[in-house]
Design a protein around this ligand. Structure first.
Ligand code: AKG
Ligand code: FE2
Length: 333
């Protein structure tokens, strides 16, 4: 297991966190906006050392591109069976994992549901589902390739907050996170130049393909913001447009793989992922479909430019980013 600067042991905060959970509404889906505004109020009472780490991460990010909270309270005996369908019943009581992702998420922004994705659910369950498409997080038998969540969406989430309720039985599923701050220094100037100036062609996730528009596409630079913003997807980017772009993409994906951090998510773990500076992946595992399979809960969060957003949970419609235009400049020497 990796231990590094981005890991935070939360066991000293058990009592304080459990007390915060007791003050949250018990049935979040009955009034989701109300639930998240209480979570936002309570989030300022997160124990100071933990709150500081999360606030610092919001301000500056870090080289790993994520924070890994370990040892959060989780009552495994009280956990219902791992879900096997959507949508989540409105009357399902608040889970420990939902409390922690809401409290931590509210420190960094507002919870966001995507209208066309899973009925616009803000709280999402991630569990292995029979027959799941290989592009979805419900897949289990193939590698879920590196992806930045919804990089092609105008309302791209800035963060992804994932907490683990159950691990896979064999403890082989790896969540891998790769950060632009580690990848960019590995790349040569020619590849960097290509990735900054040549927009790559993207498809969008299945949820956003419809009868009216079966294959929306756009074009995006892979690197922006002085190489501090990464938009990558090993499945949705069309490869080999030009030899130069293909080479740069290949160099990028090799470096991304080399520098990626690996987390084996356990019950009581939470990862707060910087979705502007990273891509994440998951390796295959074997479910049993017996109610005890791997189970994550997650929310997408958009950072707010205001310190107090008017609403703490939103559902937004699909809006495709306008294509980036190729930047023509003097050829590299
Ligand atoms: O299963 C995992 O570890 C992560 C899956 C994923 O890509 C996600 O939840 O966004
Ligand atoms: Fe993902």
């Amino acid at each position: 297991m990796q231990t590094s600067m981005c890991t935070i042991d939360c066991s000293p905060f058990h009592d304080a966190l459990c007390e915060l959970k007791r003050r949250l509404p018990t049935h979040p889906r009955q009034d989701l906006a109300g639930f998240f505004s209480v979570a936002a109020q309570l989030s300022v009472e997160i124990p100071a050392p933990l709150l500081k780490r999360v606030s610092d991460f919001r301000q500056r990010g870090n080289d790993d591109g994520f924070l890994h909270l370990k040892g959060l309270p989780i009552d495994e005996d009280a956990l219902p069976p791992t879900p096997s369908s959507y949508p989540t019943p409105v009357d399902r009581p608040l889970l420990d994992t939902e409390a922690w992702i809401a409290l931590i998420g509210m420190v960094v922004g507002k919870a966001t549901g995507y209208k066309e994705n899973r009925f616009g659910s803000v709280f999402q369950d991630v569990y292995p589902a029979l027959g799941a498409h290989r592009l979805t997080a419900h897949n289990y038998d193939t590698e879920l390739r590196f992806h930045t969540e919804m990089a092609y969406h105008v309302q791209q989430p800035d963060y992804l907050v994932i907490a683990c309720a159950r691990a896979d039985h064999e403890h082989v599923a790896q969540t891998r996170i790769t950060s632009v701050r580690k990848i960019a220094p590995m790349l040569g100037e020619r590849d960097l130049h290509t990735l900054r100036t040549t927009p790559l062609q993207w498809h969008v996730d299945l949820a956003f393909r419809s009868d009216a528009d079966p294959d929306p596409t756009t074009r995006l630079f892979l690197l922006t913001d002085g190489d501090d913003n990464l938009r990558y997807d090993g499945s949705l980017i069309l490869p080999h447009e030009t030899e130069e772009a293909a080479e740069a993409l290949q160099a990028f994906s090799t470096a991304a793989d080399q520098v990626a951090a690996t987390v084996y998510l356990q019950p009581g773990d939470l990862v707060l992922i910087d979705n502007i500076r990273t891509s994440h992946a998951r390796t295959p595992f074997t479910p049993r479909f017996d109610g005890t399979d791997r189970w994550l809960t997650r929310i997408f969060v958009r950072g707010s430019s205001h310190s107090i957003p008017a609403r703490h949970a939103d559902v937004v419609p699909f809006q495709l980013r306008a294509p980036d235009q190729r930047i023509r400049s003097a050829a590299l020497a």
